[in-house]
Design a protein around this ligand. Sequence first.
Ligand SMILES: Cc1cc2nc3c(=O)[nH]c(=O)nc-3n(C[C@H](O)[C@H](O)[C@H](O)COP(=O)(O)OP(=O)(O)OC[C@H]3O[C@@H](n4cnc5c(N)ncnc54)[C@H](O)[C@@H]3O)c2cc1C
Length: 396
Amino acid sequence: MDFSRVALSADDQAFQDDLRAFLGEIVTEEVIRRDRDTGENFDEGVHLALADKGYLAADFTDETDGGFTRLRRRIWDLEIGRAHTPWFHWGTTAMVAHIVEKFAPQDLLDEVLPGMLAGRIRLCLGYTEPEGGSDVATCKTRAVRDGDEWIINGSKMFTSNAQNAQFVFLLTNTAPDAPKHQSLTMFLVPLDTPGVEIQGLRTVDGDRTNIVYYSDVRVSDRYRIGEVNGGWTVMRVALDAEHGVMEHDSAGLQKIAMMSEHGLLLGEAVDGTAAQVGAPGADGSRRIDDAAVQSRLGRAVARTEAALSTPEMFGRVAIAQTMREVAPELMDILGTPALLPADTEGAVDDGAAEYVFRLAGPTGIYGGTLEVFRNMIAQHALGLGKPNYSPPKPRT
Ligand SMILES: Cc1cc2nc3c(=O)[nH]c(=O)nc-3n(C[C@H](O)[C@H](O)[C@H](O)COP(=O)(O)OP(=O)(O)OC[C@H]3O[C@@H](n4cnc5c(N)ncnc54)[C@H](O)[C@@H]3O)c2cc1C
């Protein structure tokens, strides 16, 4: 939504102006450059500053309990994205904290929530394992009870932001002989517990994620979230939130789909490409005057707009798929220098299309792969029934 075309009340306008000015102060060029260099998607200074101003608490809290109004929440999301704030892990922290609120005892809430709202406590997700992530219920990381404690052994793949988090929301197996959906127990494990080892990993788009090893990690039973062997009930809520299968309100102000921020980066790359091909070259000619460039760029614009207007699970797939197809098209239109990444001499539009090209792969993987989302759409939205994975019948 373009708020330059929607009249805001004086108070809401002041909110937007203050927020934009504050983000302008704290999300500096240096913050953005460091984020790009490290791939952390997180900046502690920015995070703490936003917490100090009360923005984290307002975003976390429902409107009825004093949080942002729907309109301000929308402005908040847009301004955070517009400023290129290193930000993705707040979503994970807030999502886990909402689940903790729902399932954890009061003393654990008292330990975690105030620090989380003050920005000091961050939470990350430990579901995926080296042997597979789509079917999370096949979890092999074991938790074995020992009196009032549990002993955890195993390893988790792609635990993003573990290096900046204080707790991991950990999926474990507590009943290896039971059917898989009755074998799971969730914990909120303090990451400074002896036996936890975090090993950094960079992805193709430069993001930092981690492999985390758990060797005889002792955790008190008070860090258990939900019932023993009842972890699937907790996970279902968590997966629904991560998959964006939430009810949408009728005001049209909510974020349209998960990963729409990534779609905005594609939009910026399309705009940048249009500016490049519209500018006259050394001989005065413009590439946009070539009918083939017009057609390919026009298609890229239309596909990007369509993806950014597609809601919920469908939008999640449309955004990643469009990034995968449009980014190479933009690079092709721009020519060989478009292969150069940002901050490289000779890069076109500071490597915007090249970055989206590398980002597109992981965007279709984390939080559930595109294939898994397509199955969910087929099953839950189109009512086509469960996918059948049995081997094809031999021909007679
Ligand atoms: C950058 C990054 C950050 C991540 N951050 C986190 C994190 O913080 N915490 C966390 O727990 N996980 C995280 N993940 C893991 C992510 O959720 C998994 O990678 C994802 O769920 C897929 O699991 P997998 O990689 O094990 O692939 P697999 O599940 O092994 O899948 C392999 C291939 O088989 C296909 N496939 C699998 N099952 C089906 C099916 N039923 N139908 C059709 N096709 C199928 C998949 O689409 C894929 O192409 C992250 C991943 C990445 C890349």
